[in-house]
Design a protein around this ligand. Structure first.
Ligand SMILES: NC(=O)c1ccc[n+]([C@@H]2O[C@H](COP(=O)([O-])OP(=O)(O)OC[C@H]3O[C@@H](n4cnc5c(N)ncnc54)[C@H](O)[C@@H]3O)[C@@H](O)[C@H]2O)c1
Length: 399
């Protein structure tokens, strides 16, 4: 990612009970707002949270959304019995940031249900309360968000499906652009939680063959295609597959060897920096669709680009989830699954096609093309709306 100015704010917090650290970074504000999720992962660092916050700024720019980027991170394993209490204490400590413009949501290791529950306990309203308060009609915006969060699509919450649906649409836009055929594409997805699970679901619905999925416990493969819906039904809240649900042709293998699985598309949808200069040569796929944030290092991206492997950058490919929140609270769409899917599909396909055309026309990678456009959009929005909060309510911005 293009190096940028220093973030607006970095916060390091120490949990008084466990002694573990929590971080928050506001990369930049637009119109007094910054959006970005909150993750729990043992080993998360300030540097990781800072890179993720910057990615959120690019994400808002890519989809013309009127806010800057932010991120939160708690250095604790989400399975740890202390994790719930630490999240609660972290949210209490970050209160001034939420009140001054940070809207957050689920991320790696944190479900939206859990985060919503903790916000309610702390009397902080909804996790995107900052945006609701600026929307001009916080009640109507809050109602749309609450109704949207309650929608289930074939057993999965809309907020947990829409991001992966966008990933699948981003992949389809690239397949169309390249003149390939989705029904001939094999897919491997690393991570089977909100993003990975729904990416697998909607790629399978588009006709691709999902031949491998990986969770924190290892890989499950089947060269003839996995039964994605069956595996989805077996997941726990942290996106872990119950191995007793595997079909007769399914096989288990070590998760670290996921890049060795024969495939055409890989979808990293878990942790950061999993494709690096050291393993980029092992990538067999012709396309990497980044459902996770920052899964491919800059060096690896350069190497893949030189080899003709298309990388659809994180903040474009996974941007449907973030955009859904904004579009719903701004009233661009109602709390309605069909409207959400239609809007994400149209905007994602246009955005990916535009990015690939721009990249080819200027002889740069898709990421470089997207970086230029996203930052330009965000600078334009900041110039129009200001960085700090004004009294003017938010207006829907044309995507
Ligand atoms: N949830 C969202 O709305 C959203 C939106 C955009 C981007 N993202 C990004 O997508 C990624 C995943 O987020 P999520 O919300 O789907 O998380 P999640 O907690 O719902 O699921 C994470 C999945 O990754 C697996 N996993 C964890 N560590 C792993 C490891 N070391 N190796 C292999 N698999 C591992 C888990 O077992 C689980 O299947 C993150 O990078 C996040 O920032 C999330």
């Amino acid at each position: 990612m293009t190096p940028g100015p220093e973030p607006r704010l970095r916060v390091i917090w120490t949990d008084p009970v466990t002694g573990r650290k929590g971080y928050a970074v506001i990369d930049r504000m637009v119109n007094g707002l910054a959006g970005g999720g909150t993750r729990m992962r043992s080993g998360v660092s300030l540097e990781e949270v800072e890179r993720l916050a910057r990615t959120m700024s690019y994400k808002n720019g890519a989809f013309n959304l009127p806010g800057g980027g932010a991120k939160g991170g708690l250095d604790i394993d989400p399975h740890d019995p202390q994790a719930r209490g630490m999240l609660s204490r972290y949210v209490r400590a970050m209160r001034p940031l939420y009140l001054s413009g940070w809207g957050t949501a689920e991320d790696l290791g944190v479900t939206q249900d859990l985060l919503g529950e903790v916000f309610a306990e702390q009397g902080l309203g909804l996790t995107v309360q900052a945006m609701l308060d600026r929307s001009g009609n916080s009640q109507a915006a809050g109602r749309r968000i609450s109704q949207g969060l309650a929608i289930q699509v074939d057993g999965i919450g809309l907020a947990d499906c829409i991001g992966g649906y966008g990933v699948a649409e981003a992949a389809a836009a690239c397949v169309d652009y390249k003149g390939w055929d989705m029904s001939e594409m094999r897919v491997v997805v690393q991570g089977f939680g909100s993003m990975g699970g729904s990416s697998a679901r909607y790629l399978a619905k588009l006709g691709a063959k999902v031949v491998g999925v990986v969770d924190v416990n290892g890989a499950v493969t089947n060269p003839d295609a996995l039964d994605v819906e069956r595996l989805l039904k077996s997941r726990n809240a942290l996106g872990e597959i119950d191995r007793s649900a595997l079909g007769s042709g399914d096989r288990e293998s070590p998760g670290e060897r996921w890049l060795e699985i024969d495939t055409d598309i890989i979808v990293p949808a878990a942790v950061a920096d999993v494709i690096t200069a050291d393993n980029a040569a092992q990538v067999k796929a012709r396309m990497v669709v980044e459902a996770a944030n920052i899964p491919t290092t800059d060096d690896a991206q350069r190497r893949l680009y030189e080899r003709g492997v298309v990388v659809i950058p994180d903040y474009v490919a996974n941007g449907g989830a973030n955009a859904w929140w904004w579009w719903t609270l701004l009233g661009v769409i109602e709390a309605d699954a069909d409207q959400a899917f239609k809007h994400v599909s149209e905007v994602m396909r246009d955005t990916v096609k535009g990015m690939l055309e721009r990249a080819d026309a200027s002889g740069v990678s898709p990421r470089e093309a997207a970086d230029q456009l996203s930052m330009q959009n965000l600078d334009d929005l900041a110039e129009k709306l200001g960085e700090d909060a004004s009294e003017v309510p938010l207006e829907p911005v044309k995507a």
